[in-house]
Design a protein around this ligand. Structure first.
Ligand code: NDP
Length: 317
């Protein structure tokens, strides 16, 4: 075995609430789990503001703080967290072979996949053109740049509502563009939007184009062209920034062809378990859950995966 190859009993891929909870449980079971954190260490909660619904925090907690706490708790029980991503897997036999972007090859007796999901984009060309120059998918990261300015946010879920109220504290005005005439966000989140004076909701509308100034490499978005989907009318709205908050896609690309995925890319698990189509490979959190998608349900399934991995290992080793 060369020096870049390591043997592990349990490899955890991903570091959101599911990955860290799996690490806490497998760590306490003395499996000495190794976590590859992925391109967004701490996962989606690191780009969220207040988390008010994670049990145990009566006053709420910020997403980054919650994730730091979970990481510290996992490390307390012997988990090793590592920067970097797993880029290639071979689940055809055990030990499973996983290659990482730091040049390491991990031979793992069990695997917990907790790679989560990533922000979706509208898919219009001008979105890519003005990305980082007026277009963002993270209000918490970029909202600060729009203090006193006019912004728009697209989407009608909890993320869009949460980010709209966050932005409303910084920006002078927030347009909320939604393609239907009602939000899918929770009633509590909707109420916050409806009660915020500087948020104007534009229903039944889609963004056709993002416009802006271009001078050489310098670009800056300054408007959106929206179309009312009920009557086809278009109009331009002047804005300084646009935030996209239209949901997420599962981060499962590297597992295609290695385990069963559903038609939208979510990992398929046996009902009531975290067992994937390959014995010894478990999946937890948003990468296998398109229904609940909450930090606490991700954490719960991370716990399930850890218990199942431990039982699997004691049955085969
Ligand atoms: P959702 O999938 O819940 O909502 C996505 C929104 O974007 C929908 O309103 C959808 O419209 C709209 N949308 C999707 N695709 C497009 C498109 N191409 N063009 C225009 N609009 C589009 O995603 P969220 O990220 O909001 O939430 C994901 C999960 O995370 C949910 O379960 C949510 O409850 C949870 N969450 C919880 C929070 C909390 O409790 N603090 C905070 C944030 C998220 P339509 O409604 O028409 O389908």
């Amino acid at each position: 075995m060369n020096e870049n190859t390591e043997k592990q009993r349990c490899l955890i891929i991903g570091s959101g609430p599911a990955g860290y909870t799996a690490a806490i449980y497998t760590g306490r079971a003395d499996l000495k789990p190794l976590i590859y954190q992925g391109i967004q260490p701490g996962g989606q909660l690191t780009i969220t503001t207040e988390v008010d619904n994670f049990p145990g925090y009566p006053k709420g907690i910020t997403g980054p703080e919650l994730m730091e706490d979970l990481k510290a708790q996992a490390e307390r029980f012997g988990a090793e967290t590592r920067w970097g991503s797993i880029t290639e897997v071979d689940f055809s036999k055990r030990p499973f072979i996983c290659k990482a972007d730091d040049g390491k090859t991990i031979e793992a007796e069990s695997i917990i996949i907790a790679t989560g999901a990533s922000a979706r984009w509208l898919g219009i060309p001008s979105e890519q053109e003005f990305m980082g120059s007026g277009v963002s998918a993270c209000a918490t990261c970029d909202g600060y740049f729009y203090r006193g300015k006019v912004v728009a946010i697209v989407g009608g879920g909890d993320t869009a509502c949460e980010e709209a109220t966050y932005l409303a504290k910084l920006a002078s005005k927030v347009y909320m563009i939604h393609r239907r005439d009602e939000f899918r966000a929770s009633k509590a989140m909707q109420a916050k939007v409806f009660n915020t004076k500087n948020i104007e909701i534009i229903w039944n509308s889609r963004i056709k184009e993002i416009v802006g100034e271009k001078q050489g490499f310098m670009k800056s978005a300054n408007g959106i062209i929206i179309e009312n989907v009920t009557n086809g009318e278009s109009k331009q709205i002047d804005i300084d920034g646009l935030f996209i908050a239209i949901g997420h896609s599962p981060n499962s690309d590297i597992f295609k062809g290695h385990i069963d995925l559903d038609e939208t890319g979510y990992i398929v698990t046996k009902p009531g378990t975290t067992q994937t189509s390959v014995e010894g490979v478990f999946a937890a959190g948003d990468v296998q859950d398109h229904h609940y998608r909450q930090a606490i349900t991700a954490a719960g399934s991370g716990c399930m995966a850890a218990i199942e991995a431990e039982r699997f290992l004691s049955s085969v080793l």
